[in-house]
Design a protein around this ligand. Structure first.
Ligand code: GDD
Ligand code: MG
Length: 323
């Protein structure tokens, strides 16, 4: 058994314009918000309580996840008026967990923009076998510059934490899922802006505390850019496309390129959709042709619209180019 904190409060700057109306973790991937994919993975690992550490567009999460009972979990919400950074967000969210009563029950922290199929349960077991303060999921990437670079010794002990450096000393990177002993949280100051990557981890390592790396090379993706979000959605889809329940698709429509359709999407006659992400309750009228577009929830696409590589939403007058 374990409890979790999901970091979902970033601005999602590299995902603009997709994040103009939705926080990054609520963007749909294969029909479900990124956060929901993570919630399901957390539940499989025995996590029963999850705090969502929200800030930017915090009001979007609660109506969707409620108290978590739909998923058989308990979901709580921490809101930062101003973003507190990753460490500050974790400390703030931890106030909703009764740390004293947790005893040694591990706390699992998730970056809210990661799709990972690694075994969280095995990571927890490894953490406990090492009696670690913190255990970081590590993966190997070809280019480590955009990530936290995390060298380890032969025993798996983390020897340094180097966030985003030009000349990475190893290809082993922080994959954004940590198991913490509850005592680690007490070391983070409350109500201050703190970076877990630039402050807390380097300080823990420097003071000789046991920080370990759990290496598992499973499917992994940070969906922090539009290209990555589209890739993440395609990766989860088998077949030509995926439609959530309640969709009505005209028999003459052609949908391909691992497009994803949210719930209750209506697709008219002779519509062509290729490699698109389409939100919930979208209507696409007859004859529209869409390729590599992101269509926000509840948008109506007029008959005959032809569009590629754009963000379309009912709240904006002109489609916006996707980078
Ligand atoms: N609540 C809250 N408050 N959440 C935040 C804040 C904040 O102030 N700042 C960032 N987050 C959340 C983001 O929403 C995201 O889910 C997560 O923290 C990580 O932030 P990113 O902005 O996506 O960081 P990154 O991708 O550049 O780097 C991080 O992830 C890499 C793996 O994908 C670091 O943890 C790297 O070390 C790591 O390699
Ligand atoms: Mg990220």
């Amino acid at each position: 058994m374990a409890v979790g904190i999901l970091l979902v409060g970033g601005f999602g700057t590299r995902l603009k314009p997709l994040t103009s109306e939705s926080p990054k973790p609520m963007l749909p991937v294969a029909g479900l918000p990124v956060t929901e994919h993570q919630l399901l993975a957390a539940k499989r690992a025995g996590i029963h309580t999850l705090v969502l550490a929200t800030s930017y567009l915090s009001e979007v999460f609660t109506p969707y996840f409620g108290d978590g009972s739909k998923w058989g979990m308990k979901i709580l919400y921490a809101v930062e008026k101003e973003p507190l950074g990753t460490g500050g967000a974790i400390r703030n969210a931890a106030q909703l967990l009764d740390l004293e009563s947790l005893g040694d029950e591990p706390i699992v922290i998730f970056n809210g923009d990661v799709l990972s199929r690694h075994s969280i349960a095995d990571q927890i077991t490894y953490h406990q076998s090492k009696s670690a303060d913190a255990t970081l999921h590590l993966i190997e990437v070809e280019d480590a510059r955009a990530f936290g670079c995390v060298p380890t010794d032969d025993d798996g002990r983390v020897t340094a934490f180097l966030e985003k450096m030009e000349n990475p000393v190893t290809n082993s990177i922080n994959a954004g899922c940590y198991v913490f002993h509850p005592s680690v949280l007490q070391r983070i100051p409350l109500g201050e802006v703190v970076s877990i990557e630039r402050e807390t981890f380097p300080a823990l390592v420097a003071s000789g505390r046991p920080v370990f790396g759990y290496k598992e090379q499973a499917y992994w993706l940070d969906v922090g850019t539009p290209a990555a979000l589209f890739k993440g959605s395609r990766d989860l889809i088998e077949g030509e496309f995926h439609a959530m329940p309640g969709c009505e698709i005209d028999a003459s429509a052609v949908i391909s390129g691992k497009s994803s359709l949210g719930s209750k999407v209506r697709v008219g006659a002779n519509v062509v959709i290729d490699d698109c992400i389409i939100g919930d309750e979208v209507t696409i009228e007859d004859g529209a042709r869409l390729s590599q577009c992101f269509i926000f929830h509840k948008t109506t696409i007029k008959a005959g619209t032809v569009q590629s590589r754009h963000y379309l939403s009912s709240t904006i007058s002109e489609p916006i180019n996707l980078p």
